[in-house]
Design a protein around this ligand. Structure first.
Ligand code: MOS
Length: 777
């Protein structure tokens, strides 16, 4: 809830401040009275169709230029040296050999790095985006095993890498906490997520559990996960006087520009971040030490810098998902009704970050129960700052909760889908708010039918085909609907009916720019070929984050607001000689290259005619999205029902996923093609979490032991089965465009569906991820 709370308070700030001229929309005015929004009545039929990604041809041709490919004159190349202790001081530092090595332009350490402010932590202000608020290379202190201790700039990457290998660093180690058990022994604190305690108490859940006729009480564990986007982090950086240009790969151009400006003590408009293509993000493409160090080195050397992390470099300095230890205890009546729902446990953090993997978020609105006890405790370790990773909280939280529900279903002898439906809430069980649009039961029923759930082996371990034990499992998926404040859109409409849509948004490969073009085409009544989307540049007005599965809603609300401003502006230009004369903007929408009275299509005038009579070549409008007030009135979420058929080899313990179905209820689906791909991508990432992914963290010294794709296992094509995806496609009347976010929900529920299927196949219950073969033999 805390992102929502942050959004609410920021929204109020926006209403009072920057957007004082904006009249807040009534929260339900997206689709008044629950009927289709009259302003998008005149559809070309784009929404809800399959539109191929507009950036696709550029990418397959290699014409899309990523951050590490931007050519600049006089460029230097950076290499980093990473600390090999978890905590302490740099005792000796010899850079002479590196300085004398061929091609070296600069060796930068804490001795000669410029003075810089510490990055502001994400969530501490509307524009802060640091994952850690540690100062970067400002003294000799070491805070994690992998921290950058030196940077080399050279004429080529090979020269920089070679010189970096010549730097000799001696350390004076200080006591550190690198074992989870030691961290727990030192004491826990209640986790804070964006300033809000991760705790919900309703009634006396422990007493209710003790009294319950049926109950289970289990502990589940999930390991650290590393970010492995296909494009490793990279930036190409240049100063022009006191102005800084970063070609970066980022999910937050505007807030990154603001935070970097603060670090260097310059004005926000002196930093420009450009990020047209992002080769995958998942929460990690934010601000880390490398951009800060690259910019510092560029300033010291007086030359542009390319800093491209190796895959190992990403493991050393870019945080991932932290480990969790979760208890789920459920008390139930014989008919399955929950009397107690307990979900608590512990995660590890660093002293300098703000991401306590909030595994109770999905539990807060998942099920009805008489009593709740939900909390997340944190302990502190000397390690890299962990961060957001696709569905932070829900992805690992649903593993525990949805495994536990399966265990209870076994105990009760009730079908696991029936048990879930029995506990379906009619309103948000904790906030008491009505759900804006929740059709999870419909998703369960459609999914069960499509998957053939009836054929599930009734007795675990009872179906064997040759060496293979076969089982079915299911789990609920959930992720909140978010819309963050601050989004804006600028529309430039030309007399010949072309429109440029500018949003400070991001294309990470999920199809955002395509969906933006679709939404703009429908709003403006223009063919999609006439729409150009400009994005990924901090000089575009507004702040939009590609995160929280909220980018499309934020863009849509901004485009809707800008279109309303465009209609008003065009009506002014049309004047009294127009068939539209005397109409107010509320009575007018766009259709077929012009404005039309909503309830009388005979009163219309084309854009060309309006601009021609006004002797204008273009009209430009910019507007902020309405504040995201919908989140204050409803409990808003995406939902899914996940189904898995697992086959476990009785001889080797190997698990293969035979098929997987995601049955989603996520509002209206805007682009069926990119949506299916998003859902599938999330499910594949969930399969990795279920069966393979684990950052091996050496508890003796805090060193990550498997910093490469050779040793950190991800699903490859041969691991990915036929993935079927269906959806209810029921529009939420309370969101822009009727849509919910779909970027993250796909990963949620997957690990539990796999674990539950493995149990059904083998009778073995694995409660610690990943489900590797040693746990099944
Ligand atoms: Mo996502 S973890 O909000 O990029």
């Amino acid at each position: 809830m805390s992102i929502v709370d942050t959004a609410k308070s920021a929204a109020q700030g926006v209403v009072q401040g920057v957007m004082s001229k904006l009249v807040p929309l009534a929260p339900d005015s997206w689709i008044p009275g629950g009927t289709p929004d009259p302003l998008i009545r005149h559809q070309h039929g784009l929404i809800g169709t399959e539109v191929s990604r507009l950036d696709g041809p550029l990418k397959v041709r290699g014409a899309a230029r990523f951050a590490a490919e931007v050519p600049l004159d006089n460029l230097t190349y950076a290499a980093l040296v990473f600390s090999t202790i978890a905590r302490g001081r740099i005792a000796t530092l010899d850079t002479t050999a590196a300085e004398a090595a061929p091609g070296v332009v600069l060796v930068m350490t804490h001795r000669n790095a410029p003075q810089m402010n510490a990055p502001a932590l994400f969530g501490t202000s509307a524009t802060a985006c640091g994952a850690s608020n540690l100062p970067v290379m400002q003294d000799d202190s070491i805070h994690w095993n992998g921290q950058p201790v030196a940077l080399v700039l050279a004429e080529t990457q090979d020269q920089a890498d070679h010189a970096a290998s010549l730097i000799a660093v001696g350390y004076a180690a200080e006591p550190s906490v690198t074992a989870f058990a030691d961290a727990k022994a030192k004491g826990k604190e209640r986790g804070l997520f964006f300033g809000q305690p991760l705790e919900n108490i309703v009634g006396d859940a422990e007493a209710a559990l003790a009294k319950a006729p049926h109950s289970i009480d289990r502990t589940y564990r999930t390991p650290r996960h590393a970010h492995n986007a296909i494009e490793p982090h990279a930036a190409t950086i240049a100063w022009d006087g006191d102005t800084l240009l970063l070609h970066d790969t980022t999910q937050m151009v505007s807030s990154e520009a603001a935070t970097v400006a603060d670090i260097f003590g310059i004005a926000a408009d002196q930093v420009r971040v450009i990020s047209p293509y992002v080769g995958g993000g998942f929460g990690a493409k934010g601000l880390w030490d490398h951009q800060i160090l690259g910019a510092a080195a560029a300033r010291v050397a007086g030359r542009p810098v390319r800093i491209a992390l190796s895959r190992e470099g990403v493991y050393r300095i870019v945080g991932g998902r932290t480990l969790t230890e979760q208890r789920v205890a459920l008390g139930a009546e014989p008919d399955g009704r929950f009397t107690a729902l307990i979900h608590d446990g512990t995660v590890a953090m660093t002293p300098h970050n703000n991401m306590p993997e909030p595994f109770i978020l999905g539990t807060r609105s998942g099920y009805a129960a008489d009593s709740f006890k939900l909390s997340v405790d944190t302990v502190t370790m000397n390690m890299m700052a962990n961060t957001f990773m696709r569905a932070p909280g829900e992805s690992v939280g649903t593993f525990a909760l949805e495994s536990a529900i399966d265990e209870l279903a076994d105990e009760l002898g009730i079908d696991p889908i029936a048990l879930r439906i029995r506990n379906e809430p009619t309103k948000d069980p904790l906030s008491g708010l009505p759900f804006s649009s929740r059709h999870l039961v419909a998703a369960w029923r459609a999914g069960a039918e499509r998957f053939g759930w009836d054929a599930r082996p009734a007795v675990p371990g009872s179906r064997r085909e040759g060496e293979w034990l076969v089982g079915f499992g299911c789990a609920a998926a959930t992720y909140p609907y978010y819309r963050m404040p601050g989004a804006a859109a600028r529309i430039t409409l030309t007399r010949d009916g072309e429109a440029l849509i500018e949003v400070a948004a991001h294309e990470m490969g999920m199809g955002t720019t395509t969906t933006t073009a679709m939404v703009a085409a429908e709003r403006l009544g223009l063919p999609i070929e006439r729409i150009t989307v400009r994005y990924g540049d901090s000089i575009i007005p507004g702040t939009i984050m590609a995160g929280g599965s909220q980018q499309t809603a934020a863009i849509g609300a901004a485009v809707i607001a800008a279109h309303r401003a465009l209609v008003a502006e065009l009506l002014k230009l049309a004047g009294n000689d127009s068939p539209l004369a005397g109409l107010s903007p509320d009575e007018v929408g766009s259709e077929d290259g012009g404005l039309t009275r909503i309830d009388d299509a005979t009163r219309r005038e084309s854009y060309a005619s309006i601009l021609g009579r006004a002797q204008r070549d273009t009209v430009v409008v910019a507007e902020q999205a309405s504040p995201p007030l919908e989140q204050m009135h409803w409990s808003m979420h995406s939902y899914g029902a996940m189904f898995c058929e697992a086959r476990v080899n009785a001889v080797t313990g190997e698990t293969r996923i035979a098929r997987f179905l995601g049955s989603f209820d996520t509002g209206r689906i805007l682009n069926h093609k990119t949506a299916r791909s998003q859902f599938r991508g999330g499910i594949i990432m969930g399969l990795g979490m279920a069966l393979m992914e684990e950052t091996q963290f050496d508890e003796r010294n805090g060193r990550i032991m498997n910093p490469s794709l050779a040793e950190y296992h991800l699903p490859v094509h041969a691991d990915v089965p036929d993935i079927d995806v269906i959806w209810t496609d029921i529009a939420d009347p309370h969101t822009p465009m009727g849509a919910h976010g779909i970027g993250e929900i796909g990963i949620t529920g997957v690990a539990a569906a796999v674990a539950n299927a493995v149990h059904n196949a083998t009778g073995r219950r694995v409660r610690d991820l990943p489900i590797t073969l040693d746990k099944l033999l």
